[in-house]
Design a protein around this ligand. Structure first.
Ligand code: CO
Ligand code: CO
Ligand code: CO
Length: 318
């Protein structure tokens, strides 16, 4: 994106110059659009589940900005020689059902013939221009809350290698299908300083964006970070996605790990997530209220650390 000319249009409220979740463009003083797109290849065998996961993942960036998804378009790459057309119908049905849960209308879409299956949504959301939540406003003293456990990358890598059990597949699928909708609504009610969703760059990669864009340091307590138990096992067995190693390398200069944290623990913190939770930076005096609102809505809420004015743009994992 650095090779593209900078955005100078005054209507743009969030563009590609900041490493944020979605673009935001103003319509008028009361209304702005939140725009995002995401597609990926199947990570579970069941097409209906895959459709739901991919849709939840695509919708997530709108929630991370504090927006409300409004409409969407399907984007499909379909290998018609490898799968019967019913498979595509099941994927699209999964996406449609998830979109309906998000009160979002899928208006149509576009399919190309492809060597590999791909599916996702281009999502349009709405937001009041004064209520945009970015990753650039975390403040020293804030409490950091994560709304889903991490570890979906290593688990789905094990699944692809045929090493999954039924309960393992069910558990990780439910986690990835869960919308960040109620979590985002709780954030808007309570009032938070910054937010991002945890996806391909892993917890540390996305947290580093918060640290850099906000000009603050982040402190995490490893023992407070929720990790799916199966993920600890699959990582020990060597199911480490290529993305984890890339994320680990990328984060290395700006992350200081406690000595007791070995390479597997470090890898888990860099594990790329599909449809991960929100990482929320909330003022300390609102943290308890937010945690209650999140758990009342059926979401998880793990306090995993806090924000400091030391070590700007960096992370320490205790
Ligand atoms: Co995002
Ligand atoms: Co995204
Ligand atoms: Co077309």
């Amino acid at each position: 994106m650095e090779k593209l000319p900078p955005i100078t249009d005054k209507r743009v409220l969030v563009g590609h110059n900041t490493a944020d979740d979605a673009g935001v463009i103003r319509i008028n003083d009361e209304l702005a659009l939140v725009l995002t797109v995401d597609i990926f290849t199947p990570i579970v065998d069941d097409p209906y589940t895959y459709g739901q996961i991919s849709a939840a993942n695509s919708l997530s960036d709108v929630y991370a900005m504090g927006g409300t998804p409004y409409s969407a378009l399907n984007i499909v790459g379909f290998p018609k020689d490898l799968f019967p057309i019913e498979v595509l119908a099941d994927i699209l049905r999964g996406g449609a059902d998830k979109a309906m849960e998000a009160n979002t209308v899928i208006l149509g879409g576009h399919t190309i013939s492809d060597d590999e299956m791909k599916y996702g949504l281009a999502v349009t959301g709405l937001i009041h221009p004064d209520r945009i939540i970015t990753n650039a406003n975390a403040r020293p003293g804030d409490v950091l809350i994560l709304t889903k456990p991490i570890g979906t990358g290593t688990i789905t890598t094990a699944l692809k290698a045929g090493k999954g059990t039924k309960p393992m597949i069910k558990n990780v699928s439910e986690l990835m299908m869960r919308l960040n909708k109620t979590a985002a609504e709780a954030c808007q009610r309570v009032g938070i300083n910054a937010c991002t969703d945890i996806t391909g760059f892993g917890l540390l990669g996305h947290a580093l964006e918060v640290a850099r864009e906000s000009g603050v340091g982040l402190i995490f307590n490893y023992n407070d970070i929720p990790i799916i138990p199966d993920a600890i096992e699959t990582t020990k067995k060597g199911f480490v996605p290529g993305g984890t190693k890339a994320n680990h390398l990328y984060a290395a200069p700006d992350v200081e790990y406690a000595d007791r944290l070995g390479i597997n623990e470090q890898y888990l913190l860099c594990d790329p997530q599909t449809s991960g939770g929100l990482l929320i930076s909330v003022p300390e005096d609102c943290a308890e209220q937010l945690r209650n609102e999140l758990t009342d809505a059926g979401d998880s809420a793990f306090i995993i650390g806090y924000v400091t004015n030391e070590n700007k743009g960096k992370i320490r994992v205790l």
